[in-house]
Design a protein around this ligand. Structure first.
Ligand code: TMP
Length: 213
């Protein structure tokens, strides 16, 4: 089987997790080996970088560099080997999150992020002319006001979850811009519905993209 790389994106509170687990089960039922992973994180080194990036105060460039450093390690240690084996990699966030959070949210230079993206996601399996990107990105699109309600009273917020609603409005716009730039890769799902309805959209969209039979 050919490797499959699916990422999941959305503002904090968009409710990705249960759908990632449901998709893993659906793919396994179709005979695929599934690797579940996340960013920042997914390797011992990248998990250490995650703890720093999510908890310590730092300027936007430092934050972006930590995200990309974690991504490079994760890509080389976990994602590329899994894709080479023909596994399905389900990754909770990938580079679109850096463009949305550090770019649109923090206001960091998108050109610099695009340069880092090219450096970090250049891998042997793709060759000189391209970079590794997910085959499909499931984007859980949610109104920041609804996300804020969902997050209120949830677990103790990390550095990002405790940002004001205006920050998440910018992050959401950042995701919309990335989706508009690459509509073939993105599957937009309306995350303001009941969980079952969201899953039906995920399932139908992934069937249309050939990910699910
Ligand atoms: P999670 O809570 O969905 O695991 O995501 C961790 C947090 O890290 C989330 O608030 C988004 C943020 N993040 C970035 O700011 N930039 C990135 O590149 C990634 C992958 C995540």
């Amino acid at each position: 089987m050919k490797g499959l790389f699916v990422s999941f994106e959305g503002i904090d509170g968009a409710g990705k997790s249960t759908h990632i687990d449901a998709l893993a089960a659906a793919l396994r039922a179709q005979g695929r080996t599934v690797v579940l992973t996340r960013e920042p994180g997914g390797t011992p080194l990248a998990e250490k970088l995650r703890a720093l990036a999510l908890n310590d105060a730092m300027d936007p460039l430092t934050e972006a560099l930590l995200m990309f450093a974690a991504r490079r390690d994760h890509l080389l240690q976990v994602i590329e080997p899994a894709l080479a084996r023909g596994d399905a990699v389900l990754c909770d966030r990938f580079t679109d999150a850096t463009f949305a959070y550090q770019g649109a949210g923090r206001g960091f230079d998108l050109e610099v992020l695009a340069t880092l993206e090219r450096w970090v996601q250049s891998v042997d399996a793709i060759g000189k002319d391209g970079i590794r990107q997910p085959d499909v990105t499931v984007w859980f699109d949610l109104d920041p006001a609804v996300a804020a309600q969902r997050l209120a009273g949830a677990r103790v917020p990390d550095k990002f979850e405790s940002q004001p609603q205006a920050f998440f409005a910018r992050v959401a716009a950042g995701y919309a811009a990335r989706a508009a730039a690459d509509p073939r890769r993105f599957l937009r799902v309306r995350a303001d519905q009941a969980r079952e309805a969201v899953w039906r959209e995920v399932e139908a969209g992934l069937r249309a993209k050939g990910v699910l039979a």
